[in-house]
Design a protein around this ligand. Sequence first.
Ligand code: PLP
Length: 374
Amino acid sequence: MKRRIFLDHNSTTYMRMAVRVAVSEMLAEPCNASSVHSFGRETRKNLHDARLKVSKMVNANDVDVVFTSTGTEANNLVMSGFKGADSIAVSAVEHISILKPAEMQNKTSIIPVNSDGLVELGTLQKVIQNARGKTLVSVMMANNETGIIQPIKEIAELVRKCGGYTHCDAVQGVGKIAVDFDDLGVDMMTVSSHKIGGMHGAAALIKKKGLELEPQIVGGMQENGLRAGTENMPAIMAFGVAAELVEEDMPCELRDYLEAEIAKIADAEDFLIVGANSPRLPNTSCIAIRNCSSETQLINFDLAGIAVSNGSACSSGTVKKSHVMKAMGVEESFVSSVIRVSLSHRNTQEEIDQFLSVWKSNYLKVKEKLQGAA
Ligand code: PLP
């Protein structure tokens, strides 16, 4: 079988070898942290250790770590369960696991981004100042589609001065750039294990001590009463192992090489690197070929054994235009033509060259078609 190439590491990534080894050991023991006997005591200690490792990963001190099953669940917990705010403000480019629960409440404002994908701070400030009572602001560290990095420290300071609270969805930031909870000055942060080489089934909401939440899953008193249900110990311990191994700064040479080569292949007016002028994750490139549908591109990449993703959310057979592209005001002829390439340390230049060869053929096909029609 032809060797496949995985260039979709923002969706999920390979489980680290150390995690795989640790998980297989964990699976050998029964583990319920609520049990009184010695197995239970051991599990409670492991749970405690995993909390420390996850908080240390993002330099979060004096915090509670609430383990959830996914980043989606942690984001839902904040948006639907945070008790300290009378109003909510979220950026227009947040992940749907923030936008959906936020939009379900009639106290939510959506903060626009500029054409570079960055949150409009002036609008944010006005919204907080005009809002009733305290505002919970949620802005992501880095966007999953474009990799654009938001100025979280500046946002958290602005929010704090206005008497509000900041939540940061750092699911895409951790493992690609340095993430420092204390230095950023945020109040809450979401992190997810499967994005950093851990196992699926564990994520966390990290929150400053004293902040109150209404649990969204009720029953037992696990996770201090904030998330009922027996903890997924293999996944949580795997999260701890992955957290200890997380890299802070990923090199961007391969991504920059890819983008430079594309600029040599195509005419400047025919393609777009979304967010090229903004600070971006070093592994992410969001590329559009004018009038070349992302589905066609994806199929051609897939036929060549290369996994990339499109910028659009696809559900029940219908392809929706990406809310991120819309919010940034990306030109219509590019919006449905976006693909996302997201790299990891495992990728090689040879793999990027194979990607470029398919990209070139996609580009030339659409170019010829347009020239034929002219
Ligand atoms: N937030 C961002 C920015 C994401 O990219 C994702 C997943 O892609 C999530 C939240 C949801 O995380 P999970 O897959 O753990 O539910």
